[in-house]
Design a protein around this ligand. Sequence first.
Ligand code: BG6
Length: 461
Amino acid sequence: MKYQFPQNFYWGSAASATQTEGEAFQAGKGTNIWDHWYQQEPNRFHNGVSATEASTFYRNYQSDIQLMKDIGHNSFRTSISWSRLIPNGVGEVNREAVEFYSNVIDEQIKQGVQPFICLFHFDMPMAMQEIGGFENREVLDAYANFAETCFKLYGDRVKHWFTFNEPIVPVEGGYLYDFHYPNVVDFKRASTVAFHTMLAHAKAVEKYRALDQDGQIGIILNLTPSYPRSQNPADLKAANICDLMFNRSFLDPAVKGEYPQELVELLKQHDQMPVVEVGDCELIAKGKIDLLGVNYYQPRRVKARENAVHPEAPFMPEHFFDYYEMPGRKMNPHRGWEIYEKGVYDILTNLKDNYGNVPCYISENGMGVEGEEKFLVDGQIQDDYRIDFIKGHLKWLHKGIEEGANCLGYHLWTFIDNWSWCNAYKNRYGFYQLDLKTQKRSVKKSGEWYAGVSKANGFED
Ligand code: BG6
């Protein structure tokens, strides 16, 4: 069967500043929470590898963008590092960084790879974290000023902006589950950071609209469908609470301009509401987006809790559900994540039916593989598993589009194997293999295959 995609479909991949640039302590960049945390606790990073060892995009962006073109990219998302552009979070702008991002954007345009630019991919400047990060409302204004600086510098050339990538992840990692700095475990502080992040988003959207530039602004959300074990009301309730907490907590304000009443009631009932000030709801209403980026890796399967909560345990989302391992689920054994291709269709259908069919694209989807060198044959990674993974998701995406979903593109995570926070280089995701010692990039079989898909604007299977 032939899977043909709409004209001007975005084919590309995604990455982020901190994960690819390197030069973490050079070229005038200020420190961010990752640089700081590594200095404090290098043992928290896989094999003790820090962001200073990221894949040298700062130095090699020109040849890297050429490599994007070689595998048929017509678009590529990265982010602007706040701590590189404005080292202290507020105040002086780093001229070298202004030029660097300008050059990257120009080079992408020159090579026919549209720049999709995100303004925050987990990398809070340390100077901002020291005053409380997104718990402190001053930081919201600092972020909005940083965003406005970017719009003014690059808005003439960048037509696709994203305020945040997966804004729930710093909330989960930093304030609930101990996998990002500042390693706090406190639901109320987490809900405050989540709410304030959306206020910061709305402030940035407001700044963008005021400049009247002819582009689009959106947000990138990791929308993980919550599937209940069964139709038992207790399982359905567990799945609904997950959906409220992990998806709708960001999706509703971003697309509808308001929070689900059910979520507000739930947090009130458990005394976990952030402080809402006069004017906040009006501001959230102004944060409605033009374009939604959807990151999808794996589903969330849940069931009703089997045991009572320990009375002294801190309040957590898991008070309302247990994770459920569905028998017979398809796994990516190299990362330990379930593969469920239909999830992409379920997300698109939900956006079509319940979110006004907001224009969207798949902004991340991908398959991490630990120890991928074992698939090297004659110097090339034979990643047929990744080709199957992409095909499987594209087929469901295609079906969604045929049924009317407003999905405009597909970006893989990621372009070249890159550094990934605490997992550093553990799981490889790229179209290009990275040799950590020499920094040599070698195209994988999937990269060559993707070039053909992009050229044909589809594939046969
Ligand atoms: C995505 C993030 O959710 O997962 C990326 O946006 C991250 O920043 C990617 O690198 C892969 O994560 P991991 O833990 O498998 O390396």
